[in-house]
Design a protein around this ligand. Sequence first.
Ligand code: ADP
Ligand code: MG
Length: 219
Amino acid sequence: MLEARAIHKSYDSIQAVRDVSIHIGRGETVVIQGASGSGKTTFLRLLAGLEKPDRGTVWQDGQVVVSADECVPPHRRALGFVFQESALWPHLSAADNIGFGLESLPRGEAQIRVHHLAHLLGIEELLTRHPHELSGGQARRVAIARTLAPRPTLLLLDEPLVHLDRDLSEQVMMLIRQESQGLNAALVVVTHDHDEADRWGGQRFRMIQGCLEAVKSYG
Ligand code: ADP
Ligand code: MG
């Protein structure tokens, strides 16, 4: 469903992502662990078409979606992105943030979807609040609900469990897994945290100074 070949991105003298290739099928999970500054966010932004590569190509369902010449933006690709910083719309309530990608649905249906996800994430009481009235962990859950709401078939998550304590992070991980399985979506998670990477399961990779290496699983 998603294939990247030899994607490369430099910022002046920094080679942030070096000729990275990867293939992800529908329903599969890929987890990329790497130190801060290793290129994880840049790689996800390249896959999402939010950043143009210097060279390389990304295909989604057989179509070129990213190259040095063109980038198809996320909303035209059934792609959901959770940003490292939650990046909520400050002028919108939590409910309107979650419903942001649902304008093509009838209003009643959109409301049902918003409330369903808010219920699963334990943020129903917060729906009328604005982002500045939310804690980091609450904003994180609003951002995750917003990403899941339009039922994407490709999910790119940048440090999704940051700001969540251990119990909450378990619950949110389980919910993301269930939703992505229900959608038969491809899931790409990046994290600096080894323990979190282990807990996600799936195919494991390590990012080191812009290079992606497969991690063998033992046992
Ligand atoms: P990670 O997400 O793994 O912490 P990033 O992808 O954010 O890493 O950054 C990888 C490298 O690219 C870092 O050296 C960072 O400083 C650099 N970088 C990222 N974005 C930019 C940018 N817009 N301009 C210049 N340098 C950048
Ligand atoms: Mg990052």
